[in-house]
Ligand binder design. Structure first.
Ligand code: HEC
Length: 162
C-alpha cells in the first residue's frame, strides 16, 4: 500500500499539469520569446516598419504578402488561428515537421520544450482573430498576391544594366 502512495501522487501531479492554466510567468515568457525571436517581423504586417510599435492585439495575424523563391511562394501564417485550432501536442508536432523558407524553422525547433509550450500558451491566450493567410504555392505557379522575391540576383545578370 505504501508503495502506491508515491504513484498516486505522481498521477495526481500529472493530471493537474495537463489541465493547468498558464501562469503569468509563462505568458510573460511567451511574449518575451515572440519579441526576441523576431516572429512579428513576418507574422505581423507593419511591425518592422513601425519599429515594433504595432499594438499587441494586432500581433501575429499573418500576412498576404508572399515570399517567393525556389520553393514557390510562402505566406507568414496567422498564428492566432493556427494555435487556437491545435492541441499542445499538435503544436509541438507542427514545429517538428518544419516547412518552407524563410520561416526560421531551425530556430524554433531549437527552443526548449518549455519555451515552445510558453509560446503556445501565450499565443492561445491572445485569442483567435483575423483571417487565414493565403495557402503556399508550388514553384512555377501564377502569383496573384503581392510578394517579395527572395531569388538572389547575381552580378553577371546586372552587368548589362550598368
Ligand atoms: C522571415 C519571416 C518569418 C519569421 C521571422 C518567422 N516566421 Fe513563422 N512563418 C513564416 C512563413 C513564410 C511561414 C509559412 C511556412 C510554410 O508555409 O511552411 C511561417 C509559418 C509558421 C508556423 C506554421 C503555422 C501553421 O499554420 O502551420 C509557425 C508555427 C510559425 N511560423 C511560428 C513562428 C514563430 C514562433 C516565430 C518566431 C520565433 C516565427 N514564426 C518567425 C515566416 C516567418
Amino acid at each position: 500500500m505504501k508503495a502506491l502512495i508515491p504513484l498516486a501522487i505522481s498521477i495526481l501531479t500529472l493530471s493537474t499539469n495537463l489541465t493547468a492554466q498558464p501562469t503569468t510567468d509563462e505568458l510573460e515568457r511567451g511574449r518575451y520569446l515572440i519579441k526576441v525571436g523576431g516572429c512579428n517581423d513576418c507574422h505581423t504586417p507593419g511591425y518592422s516598419q513601425s519599429m515594433g510599435k504595432t499594438e499587441e492585439q494586432q500581433w501575429l495575424m499573418g500576412s498576404d504578402i508572399g515570399f517567393a523563391g525556389p520553393w514557390g511562394v510562402s505566406y507568414a501564417s496567422n498564428l492566432r488561428l493556427t494555435v487556437n485550432g491545435m492541441t499542445e501536442q499538435q503544436w509541438m508536432d507542427r514545429i517538428s515537421a518544419g516547412g518552407l523558407p524563410p520561416m526560421p524553422w531551425p530556430a524554433l525547433q531549437a527552443m526548449t520544450e518549455e519555451d515552445k509550450t510558453a509560446l503556445y500558451h501565450y499565443i492561445r491566450d491572445m485569442g483567435a482573430t483575423g483571417s487565414a493567410a493565403p495557402a503556399a504555392l508550388p514553384p512555377n505557379t501564377a502569383i496573384t498576391t503581392p510578394y517579395v522575391s527572395l531569388d538572389p540576383i547575381f552580378p553577371e545578370a546586372l552587368a548589362g544594366e550598368r
